[in-house]
Write a protein that binds this ligand. Structure first.
Ligand code: NAP
Length: 227
């Protein structure tokens, strides 16, 4: 049994990861609201990553950082505050979590860190300037820390396309929008949080001992193929 800290396990992809990992592992969730589930292996700490001190935790084998943003506007309507807010939640929150738990991770059992990027870092899309800039920072962090912390701690990221969570709800407001977005993907589907959680579980596991510094595109073909 390992101990995983999940920042942002109350909802969305993070919550699916909590559900998947909690059968076999101890989970410490950190978010502003508690997950809507109770499990003997899950402990919750209420904390705003941008404002509060993170709780002291003695043993950590893995860290997953899930908070992010989808703030889509034309560049003329994106303020510098938008860019700063996106950088804070996507990059600085991850840095703060990693710095806090690095000493414990270094002593962990085959430890690893998992962050989240987006397909918009690789695929240029209108109105994504702010989030793509921040998530490119996340990808730089993965590469840099993967090298710096090798061979002790593995560092990877998943870059999902649109996933059915609260964060993406504005993009998936009605059937027509869902159909349009689905149709743009060569595999003619979107992601659900459970399948992202399955990839996360693999990347955190000892079966992924050879992977570090990698960005795993879960793109339903939108970055990989032009059909
Ligand atoms: N969904 C998509 O379509 C999509 C696409 C590409 C990339 N991604 C990336 O995938 C990751 C997960 O996305 P998601 O859709 O699962 O997001 P989500 O539904 O918004 O869930 C985010 C989680 O982070 C927590 N959180 C947010 N702000 C926080 C803060 N200040 N302090 C502490 N916890 C905070 C939330 O909990 P509380 O509200 O309880 O604090 C929640 O548990 C993100 O990095 C996102 O950018 C998502």
């Amino acid at each position: 049994m390992k101990t995983y800290i999940i920042v942002g396990g109350s909802k969305g992809i993070g919550n699916a990861i909590v559900n998947e990992l909690s059968e076999a592992h101890k989970i410490i969730n950190i978010s502003r609201t508690a997950p809507e589930m109770e499990h003997p292996n899950v402990t919750h700490h209420t904390c705003d990553i941008l404002k509060d001190d993170l709780p002291d935790i003695e043993e950590v084998d893995g860290l997953i950082y899930c908070p992010g943003s989808i703030n889509l506007k034309p560049i003329s309507r994106l303020s510098l505050d938008d860019f700063q807010n996106d950088f804070e939640i996507n990059v600085l929150g991850a840095v703060k979590s990693i710095q806090k738990y690095l000493p414990q991770l270094k002593k962990g059992k085959n430890p690893s860190i998992l962050l989240f990027s987006t397909v918009a870092s690789k695929l240029g899309m209108p109105f994504h300037a702010s989030v793509a800039t921040s998530k490119s920072g996340v990808e730089g962090l993965v590469k840099s820390l993967g090298a710096e912390l090798a061979p002790t701690i593995r560092v990877n990221a998943i870059a999902p396309t649109v996933t059915d969570t609260a964060l993406a709800s504005k993009l998936l407001r009605n059937e027509k929008m869902i159909e349009n977005i689905t149709e743009r993907h060569p595999l003619k589907r979107l992601l659900n949080p459970k399948e992202v959680a399955a990839t996360a579980t693999f990347l955190l596991s000892d079966k992924a001992a050879s992977f570090s510094g990698q960005i795993f595109e879960m793109d339903c073909g939108i970055v990989s193929f032009k059909i």
